[in-house]
Ligand binder design. Structure first.
Ligand code: G4P
Length: 299
């Protein structure tokens, strides 16, 4: 077990042996992905709108080479609208077609459809169906996006006689086919904040970064933003501890107010942390972006 240090929340633990196993699995998955990319014309790179850069896998760029890609900032409903707007500008400025998306609802589908049409590689236009696949790190909404696209656009499933196993191509209107299984990329991080942020959005397992530290880090992010801090306290504490400004104390106060109590009367921090993380991921604590373009001087 490795103990790291975090500016806001004291010490946190990263389980190195698990991390190693996960990485090995992910590397195998990346090798498999490269195989698929040979058959795919356009790749949908699914990112979390609350964490557009940290939810990227930088190896993808190299793996894709010249292949067309669309960048999808998914879960835009959970991110701060204004910050997402700034991200869209910055990413589009890099020359990537990029779209803010909400895979749970249908209203951004038209925009995606337009972008798909615009991204058709010219040289293949009339020869065969164009093939798409969605890729991204865990929990960014790849499967939800595929289901959403399939329900809206699919004319029939891509099952073919004799093929019972392995990935299938879903036939879509407009001469597209979509791979029915998403490509899984490894989450990567450079520092403690990166690991916490990925754990907060559910892309890193709590076996790798423990939930209590992640929740404390996340609460500190809420406390840094006045409006979000108010929403958070109103939701859990009804203003009881309005003066409370420390993430660790807030987690205990939340545990107490929500009845997370262990035998013997102690506050169950683990249970409180799991609840905070679940609520954040469901969006009930209000929209919150965990990084902004201004955080990156060199981007
Ligand atoms: P993955 O394939 O990339 O691993 O992600 P998946 O589609 O399984 O989505 C992970 C979770 O994120 C799911 O919630 C899903 O409903 C939710 N989700 C996906 N896209 C969006 C979005 O645009 N907005 C919001 N708010 N949520 C999104 P879950 O709780 O794990 O499952 P469920 O109870 O919703 O089915």
């Amino acid at each position: 077990m490795f103990f790291g240090r975090c500016l806001n929340s004291g010490y946190f633990k990263v389980n190195n042996s698990l991390q190693r196993v996960e990485r090995q699995v992910m590397v195998r998955e990346e090798i498999r992905l490269k195989e698929y990319f040979r058959f795919v014309d356009v790749v949908l790179e699914v990112l979390d709108a609350r964490l557009p850069l940290k939810s990227r896998n930088y190896r993808l760029h190299k793996m894709l080479g010249e292949k067309n890609r669309l960048v999808i900032l998914n879960k835009a409903d959970l991110a701060d609208k204004e910050t997402t707007g700034r991200w869209l500008k910055v990413l589009a400025g890099k020359g990537w077609p990029v779209l803010a998306f909400d895979a749970k609802r249908a209203f951004t589908l038209k925009k995606l459809e337009k972008m798909l049409l615009a991204s058709r590689p010219q040289k293949l236009r009339y020869r065969r169906s164009l093939r798409l696949m969605a890729v991204g790190i865990p929990n960014v909404g790849k499967s939800t996006l595929i289901n959403r696209l399939a329900r809206r656009f699919a004319v029939k499933t891509g099952e073919r006689a004799g093929i019972t196993r392995g990935p299938q191509w879903i036939k879509m209107r407009g001469g597209w086919e979509m791979l029915d299984t998403p490509g899984l990329l490894a989450p990567r991080w450079r520092d403690n904040a990166g690991a916490f942020a990925l754990a907060a959005i559910g892309s890193l397992d709590s076996k790798v970064v423990e939930a209590v530290s992640t929740a404390k880090w996340l609460l500190a992010q809420f406390l840094l933003r006045e409006k979000s801090a108010r929403t958070l306290k109103r939701y859990y504490l009804q203003g009881e501890t309005e003066k409370e400004q420390d993430a660790a104390a807030i987690l205990l106060a939340i545990g107490l107010s929500r009845g997370c109590i262990k035998q013997g009367g102690q506050i169950d921090e683990e249970k409180a942390a799991q609840m905070v993380l679940r609520d954040f991921r469901r969006g009930v604590l209000g929209p919150l972006s965990l990084e902004k373009p201004e955080d990156y001087a060199d981007f």
